[in-house]
Design a protein around this ligand. Structure first.
Ligand SMILES: C[S@@+](CC[C@H](N)C(=O)[O-])C[C@H]1O[C@@H](n2cnc3c(N)ncnc32)[C@H](O)[C@@H]1O
Length: 219
C-alpha cells in the first residue's frame, strides 16, 4: 500500500483545474433523496457509517487526496452501499458545479470536520471555508438544513463561525459550542483527538428559512 501525502496544496495549479464531475443523477440510484455532503471526508469511514444508519439519505464525500477516494470507493462497493459516493475534487473549485445539480430542498446536511488548519498566516488562503464557499452553501442548502462544523483548533473554529455569521444566511444554534457531537458517528480525527483527552470545538448552524428573516439580528 503506497504512502499517502498528509497535505496537498489546494491552490496548486493541478488542483485548480475544474474536473469533469459525474452527474449526481448517475451516481445515486435514488437521486431525489435528501443529500448529506461531507467536505474533506478523508478515508470516508464516518460517511460509510452514516450511510448505513440513514439509508433514506444519499451521502456524498468530497476529498482532494485521490488515493483516499479510490480506497473509500472500493470499500463502498464491497459493502454495496448505493446511497454513498465519494468524489475526488478540490471543493473550493468544484462545489458550486456539484450543488447546482440539486433540487431546492435536497441538501439537508453539510459536515466540515477537522479541516486542515494551515497555521502559517501565508497559508491561510488554503483553508477550506472561505467566503465563496459559504456563499455556495447558502445558495445550495435547503431552508432549515444543518451545517455542522468541528475542530480541535479553537481559533480556526472562531474564524469559521465568524465568517458564517457575516455571510448572513445561517443561524447559529445554541449552545455556541456543543459539548457533544449531535451526530451519532465520530470521525477518525475526532476519535483520535478525544482519545488523547484534547478538547473539540463544535458548532451547528441552520440555513435560514424565509420566516427567520425577521429575526436576523443578534443570531
Ligand atoms: C484533517 S482531515 C479531516 C478528515 C475527516 N473529516 C475527519 O474528521 O477525520 C481534512 C481533510 O480535508 C481534505 N481537504 C483539504 N482541503 C480540501 C479541498 N480543498 N477539497 C477537498 N478536500 C480537502 C484533506 O485532504 C483531508 O483529508
Amino acid at each position: 500500500m503506497g504512502s499517502i501525502r498528509q497535505h496537498v496544496n489546494p491552490l496548486g495549479r493541478f488542483f485548480q483545474r475544474p474536473l469533469a464531475l459525474p452527474s449526481l443523477a448517475n451516481v445515486f440510484p435514488e437521486p431525489q433523496q435528501p443529500l448529506h455532503l461531507d467536505i474533506g471526508c478523508a478515508r470516508g469511514h464516518f460517511l460509510m457509517e452514516m450511510a448505513t444508519l440513514y439509508p433514506q439519505r444519499n451521502h456524498l464525500g468530497l476529498e482532494i487526496r485521490r488515493p483516499l477516494v479510490e480506497r473509500a470507493e472500493a470499500q463502498r462497493q464491497q459493502h454495496q452501499l448505493d446511497n454513498l459516493h465519494y468524489l475526488f475534487c478540490n471543493v473550493t473549485v468544484s462545489l458550486a458545479s456539484l450543488t447546482c445539480q440539486l433540487a431546492p430542498a435536497q441538501l439537508q446536511l453539510v459536515t466540515i470536520q477537522f479541516p486542515d488548519p494551515w497555521f502559517k498566516r501565508k497559508h491561510h488562503k488554503r483553508r477550506l471555508l472561505q467566503p465563496p464557499m459559504a456563499n455556495t452553501l447558502a445558495t445550495a442548502m435547503a431552508p432549515g438544513a444543518l451545517l455542522f462544523l468541528q475542530s480541535d483548533v479553537r481559533l480556526l473554529m472562531e474564524e469559521m463561525t465568524a465568517l458564517l455569521h457575516a455571510q448572513g444566511s445561517f443561524i447559529r444554534q445554541k449552545p455556541d459550542w456543543w459539548p457533544e457531537n449531535p451526530l451519532p458517528v465520530a470521525t477518525e480525527r475526532e476519535r483520535h483527538v478525544l482519545t488523547r483527552g484534547l478538547p473539540v470545538w463544535r458548532a451547528c448552524f441552520h440555513r435560514r428559512s424565509p420566516i427567520d428573516q425577521g429575526a436576523t439580528m443578534g443570531t
